[in-house]
Design a protein around this ligand. Sequence first.
Ligand SMILES: Cc1ncc(COP(=O)(O)O)c(C=O)c1O
Length: 303
Amino acid sequence: MNSPEITPLTPLISPLFEAYNISVYMKREELNHPFIQGNKLHKLRLNIQAALAQHKTTLLTFGGAYSNHIAATAVAAQEAGLSSIGIIRGDELATQPENWSATLKQASKNGMTLQFVTRAEYRKKSEMLTLLQAKFPEAYLLPEGGSNTLAVEGFKPLMQQIEMQCPDWTHLFSAVGTGATLAGLIKHTPFSPQTVQRTILGVAVLKQGDYLLPQIKTWVGQKPVHSWKLLTQYHGGGYAKSSDALQKKQQAFEQAFDIRLDPIYTVKMVNAFYEQLKQGEIKSGSKVILLHTGGLQGSTQLT
Ligand SMILES: Cc1ncc(COP(=O)(O)O)c(C=O)c1O
């Protein structure tokens, strides 16, 4: 996988933003790859390099039926000449390929061998790791969501791009699942006395996201970083949950700016930004970047 291409930083023009006297941009990482898109490209790049350097022949990873990471890993492995195995939550799907999500069908089409396990087995996946490594010695193991220290390191080129495109940004918003993406953004935002007023805001898409904080802090490490926050109140009912109100907001945003959002991650990030703006958390003169982390490859039905 090569160094990431430069994606546009699209200005979002709206009377609302003019009224608040702020500039808003979307960093269009959904355009960085048709299938390994958004944050996935950054999270997988150095892991694939490591797998090849260790002469592994297979990528083995974990996910649910709608996991963007599963879809992306299948394509990334194929592009790198590696096989791939996906351990998928939900053993009932093993005998019902007709009920597979678009994500699973696509992953299978892209060469991924799918192994279905019960939800109880899946919960014990960290214990499974040792067994799996013994069973598949030729496999490079990627944790759920592809979130590990190499994934965090993979965000350096993205932050360099943003720095070049908008050196005086003040707020950066990103959706958060495991927190590896947020940690990468925090860690790789260049820190200098001229930029101390910056804030990086992660929007947790799952309930009670505070449990992610210790891991995020470990990934960020000890060096000086800008102020950052994990916003845990915008999960909209929990992971992959939606509402009429959220769907209407998604449609309104897509029509206003001609940019598609995904219903699980980026729509909650955008909603959190609007809420923070209305609550006076974003001061006049701010330059806000909304990071589009992709997720458009699976068409998903939500509850
Ligand atoms: C589209 C999209 N955005 C954001 C995220 C969150 O990334 P992370 O798990 O690194 O927090 C994911 C995670 O899978 C994702 O698929």
